[in-house]
Design a protein around this ligand. Structure first.
Ligand SMILES: Cc1cc2nc3c(=O)[nH]c(=O)nc-3n(C[C@H](O)[C@H](O)[C@H](O)COP(=O)(O)OP(=O)(O)OC[C@H]3O[C@@H](n4cnc5c(N)ncnc54)[C@H](O)[C@@H]3O)c2cc1C
Ligand code: FES
Ligand code: FES
Length: 495
């Protein structure tokens, strides 16, 4: 008999908390501020950009509790099932500030203080990583999702360097074993269903009940990380009466790898996928580093970034260029399709009602294949691409024998460049004077978007130039002259 739980359970201040009867679309931030009346966690943008609402979630991995910073404004209350919830109110112990709080005071890291709780929570998670050595670059990455308008980042980074460059030694690390044990006990493998048939928050624990539930309620909203859906709630004011959260479905959270392919389950987060993707190619790793922020990567999933069908998403064009395939399931039926055929038209995907994305299979590069991918956005960190170009070239010596080229931001969908690919075949890397036709073909392949992020003319020029850059870098084998940041020489040396 399948047992269903009618409440979510999480660890809070050392105790198990059970919550039931909440509206499915309740955000964690609303729960904290309106129900717990814990108002240390702030609301700034309510769309995942400013980090004022950052809290930390602890989950057990390899027997230890790992803390990740998350934006509470775009996280559903139901999504914290099975986790330890830590907010800024929980850090000071018996009147003593936590080491990251004390360092923020000592280094004058706060002025108006509105951003400070969020920054402290991001640093709390960094502190628990115990990364040594810890440099300014790593701290800048860790704080990319925390906006401070008045202090300036130098004292905040100084505080981080001071507090986070040593092994963690606080009350959380002191009783880490007990916390890990309590979290393991929460993982009961039961399906969760809160409320009834017309309105519910459901979190199935495995694929069979998920497939059956979604087939029965194809009008339900499937939620993975909620970094998109959260904005439908906070900005679109959508009611979302039926929510099926995928985060507990064991089969969807797996990463499998062999010498030829990487298979990533739909609910694998960007943070979890990052190392495996970086091993396929350093450029893929660099795209992941710049994907949103630490908070967005901790919640957002690989499946969500494909299923949302965004024409400016970063992963779809990169995966299409690599030749990825998508697995989908509806009821008892499963199918596999080339990723590019999933995207039909603007916000229209090849996905039937009640059908969900199971996983994506990404081929690894063969010895005679090269890959380059570039994200062009207005801001370096925490910004959506204006254009993302991805290029996989197959070489016979110095000659191109096959090409897969895909762009994001150049059409209503992430799309391959058929004419460009054809024009690339046969070109010599040693003869740049022969590349002109392929460069010109990028103009014929796309009628780019024209919007507030970038004009169509700008996008057209960028796409052509990115192809030139890919060819030049592949020909020279160097990126020192073509990149200011994300040089492959540096990324490869760091591996
Ligand atoms: C601050 C911020 C920064 C961002 N930065 C970037 C960025 O740099 N690059 C980028 O590409 N994107 C970015 N995004 C967009 C977003 O984070 C990503 O697209 C993300 O990966 C979505 O994943 P999710 O799991 O949160 O999706 P959700 O919000 O849970 O779902 C998104 C959509 O997909 C559907 N869905 C989710 N999983 C499945 C599934 N398995 N099967 C069927 N349907 C499913 C949902 O119903 C919904 O329609 C950013 C978002 C925010 C808020
Ligand atoms: S309130 Fe700005 S990220 Fe949540
Ligand atoms: S201290 Fe005012 S926003 Fe950071």
């Amino acid at each position: 008999m399948i047992v269903t739980r009618e409440a979510i359970r999480f660890l809070r201040q050392g105790r198990v908390v059970e919550v039931t009867g909440f509206h499915p679309r309740t955000t964690l931030l609303d729960y904290l501020r309106l129900q717990e009346r814990k108002v240390g966690t702030k609301e700034g943008c309510a769309e995942g950009d400013c980090g004022a609402c950052t809290i930390a979630l602890g989950r057990v991995r390899d027997g230890h509790v790992h803390y990740e910073p998350v934006n509470a404004c775009i996280l559903l209350l139901g999504q914290i099932d099975g986790a330890e919830l830590v907010t800024v109110e929980d850090l000071a112990a018996e009147g003593d500030l936590h080491p990251v709080q004390a360092a923020m005071v000592a280094h004058h890291g706060s002025q108006c203080g509105f951003c400070t709780p969020g920054i402290v929570m991001s640093l709390f998670a960094l502190y628990h990583e115990g990364r040594q050595p810890l440099g300014r670059d790593a701290i800048n990455d860790a704080l990319a999702g925390n906006l401070c308008r008045c202090t300036g980042y130098r004292p905040i980074v100084d505080a981080a360097l001071d507090a986070c460059s040593r092994p963690p030694n606080d009350t959380f690390s002191a009783n880490g074993e007990a916390r890990a044990k309590a979290l393991v006990e929460l993982a009961d493998g039961q399906d969760i269903l809160i409320d009834g048939e017309d309105r519910f928050f459901a979190a199935p624990a495995s694929e069979a009940p998920l497939a059956a539930l979604y087939e029965r309620h194809p009008d339900a909203t499937v939620v993975a990380g909620c970094t998109d859906v959260g904005l439908w709630i906070t900005k679109g004011m959508k009611e979302l009466d039926k929510i099926i959260w995928l985060g507990r479905v064991a089969e969807l959270g797996l990463i499998e790898e062999n010498t030829e392919r990487l298979v990533i389950g739909a609910t694998v987060t960007h943070a979890q996928a990052y190392p495996a993707l970086a091993r396929i190619d350093p450029d893929l790793g660099e795209i992941m580093r710049r994907f949103g922020s630490v908070q967005v990567r901790a919640s957002g999933t690989i499946g969500g970034s494909i299923a949302n069908g965004s024409p400016i998403g970063d992963l779809a064009p990169a995966f299409i260029a690599l030749g990825a395939e998508l697995d989908l399931r509806q009821g008892d039926e499963s199918r596999t399709i080339p990723l590019e055929s999933f995207f039909i038209a603007y916000r229209q995907q090849d996905r039937a009602p009640g059908e969900y994305v199971r996983r994506v299979g990404v081929p690894k590069l063969k010895a005679n294949e090269t890959f380059r991918a570039y994200k062009v956005s207005k801001r370096f960190d925490e910004d959506i691409s204006a254009v993302l170009g991805a290029f996989r070239l197959t070489l016979d010596g110095r000659r191109i024998t096959a090409a897969r080229v895909a762009f994001g931001g150049m059409a209503g969908i992430p799309k391959r460049a058929a004419e460009t690919e054809q024009a690339l075949v046969g070109l010599s890397l040693d003869d740049p004077s022969s590349w002109g036709e392929a460069l010109a073909a990028t103009r014929r392949d796309y009628q780019p978007l024209d919007d507030h992020r970038a004009s169509a003319a700008y996008r057209g020029t960028v796409a052509r130039n990115l192809l030139f850059k890919a060819l030049s870098e592949t020909a020279s084998g160097q990126t020192l002259a073509t990149r200011i940041v994300g040089r492959r020489e540096t990324l490869e040396a760091a591996e």
